[in-house]
Unconditional design. Structure first.
Length: 430
């Protein structure tokens, strides 16, 4: 795994850029909805618990449905499934916008719409991750970098601010805008499908959906590289979410920043994420997968320790941006490794397993972060307690680095973009 890929860089085909445009529109629509759903809930009730239920309902399907949806993705044409999910989202958002224009809505109704939207997001997201190798023509790492960068830009810099702006025009307007973007994206995906081969994966109907979902879990468990990456994802996302749990208070109390400063800090982090996504292919080519991943992990560890020990605004802005670049690079690289290591007919289930781990452990991490800060407030004081998740994350990331270094090399995870992955459940030779 220490060698770098020497494949020459080739332009991505036009079919990928059509696909990328659809994902960009979908990400912008997601950002608008994330803002608008919770805002709509706040107009119905003052209960923080009720409002949080709406936000949680949009994420809950990743825990409930990711594994079976991975099996569904492996049974159906991926582009067609994305188009169907996008069309369903457009219809749902159009219906919600119409209801907001003509009548009052309840928290229960908003929760139901959030659950439906989240479920279609699961189908769309897993199918998109799985379709990239079909469209990238050998440039999988490069394609993933472009996708990740566009998701950050369109969601954080376009979708969320646009959602807030459209709310000024009326509560229903962001949902109608979402319907327009998702509808256009679905139509473009259908047009794309006519230009490419988008068959159902072979062996798609061997066994029930439940049995196939469990098969995906077994694939991850028995493959050395996938098992390492899944375990790492569990640790990284738990600790990352623990930091996020107290982030607002840390920014306000430890850094002394207001809402504008908080927004600028998050914007700096997003810029770092875009840079990390775009540089992923070059770093993989130069260092190879093992050294690249270990470098990203070391960068994250040092940045989070720095935030904990040097909580001043200028330093934290730089460290947040650098850490976000490393996080985005890790995300792009591990997704690329999965796409190149796993046969197309099981890739949906493997991607679904990783998505479930990511979102599932994020829930655990949010709870852990709150517990840590509460427990540390007594002995350390409120300001010091808010640094504890950063100290813990940095220290455990370093321990994970020591654990992974020999094992990643032994797993043999070179990134070699030589066309389609092999047709086996796991890479040949492992």
């Amino acid at each position: 795994m220490s060698g770098a890929s020497t494949a020459p860089r080739t332009p991505l085909p036009s079919r990928f850029w059509i696909f990328w445009s659809c994902l960009t529109a979908g990400s912008a629509a997601d950002g608008m909805t994330l803002i608008a759903l919770t805002w709509a809930a706040s107009t119905v009730t003052d209960s923080a618990l009720a409002i949080s239920l709406v936000a949680m309902a949009e994420r809950l399907p990743w825990l409930l449905f990711a594994l079976p949806m991975g099996a569904v993705v492996d049974r159906l044409p991926r582009i067609a499934l994305m188009a169907a999910a996008g069309a369903a989202r457009a219809v749902a958002m159009l219906a919600l916008g119409g209801l907001l224009l003509t009548s009052d809505v309840s928290i229960g109704l908003l929760v139901a719409f959030a659950l439906f939207f989240g479920t279609t997001e699961v189908a769309y997201g897993i199918a998109a991750d799985t379709a990239v190798p079909l469209l990238a023509a050998g440039g999988v790492a490069q394609a993933n970098g472009h996708v990740r960068a566009s998701q950050i830009l369109s969601n954080d810099f376009v979708g969320r601010p646009l959602g807030g702006l459209l709310l000024k025009a009326g509560l229903a307007v962001p949902f109608l805008g979402n319907a327009l973007l998702n509808g256009a994206s679905a139509g473009l995906l259908l047009a794309l499908r006519r230009r490419i081969e988008d068959p159902s994966p072979r062996s798609a109907r061997d066994g029930s959906v439940g049995a196939q979902a469990l098969h995906g879990l077994r694939l991850v468990r028995r493959d050395p590289l996938l098992r390492l990456l899944a375990g790492s994802a569990a640790v990284l996302n738990t600790l990352y979410a623990a930091m996020l749990a107290g982030q607002v208070l840390f920014v306000r109390e430890s850094l002394g920043l207001g809402s504008l400063g908080y927004a600028l800090l998050l914007s700096a982090a997003a810029v770092g994420g875009v840079a990390g996504s775009q540089y992923a292919r070059r770093l993989l080519d130069r260092l190879g997968a093992a050294r690249s991943l270990l470098t990203a992990l070391l960068t994250m560890a040092l940045c989070f320790l720095g935030v904990g020990f040097l909580p001043t605004a200028p330093v934290v802005v730089v460290l947040y941006a650098t850490a976000s670049a490393a996080v985005a690079f890790w995300s792009v690289s591990t997704l690329t490794l999965r796409q190149l290591a796993v046969g197309s007919h099981v890739l949906g289930r493997v991607n679904a397993t990783f998505r479930m781990v990511t979102f599932g452990m994020s829930v655990v991490g949010m709870l852990l972060g709150g517990v840590l800060v509460e427990a540390a407030t007594g002995p350390l004081g409120a300001e010091q307690a808010l640094r504890v998740p950063y100290w813990l994350a940095g220290a455990l990331y370093l321990l994970l680095l020591v654990f992974l270094k020999p094992r990643l090399t032994a797993a043999g995870s070179d990134v070699r973009e030589e066309g389609e992955p092999d047709g086996q459940d796991a890479p040949s030779g492992r």
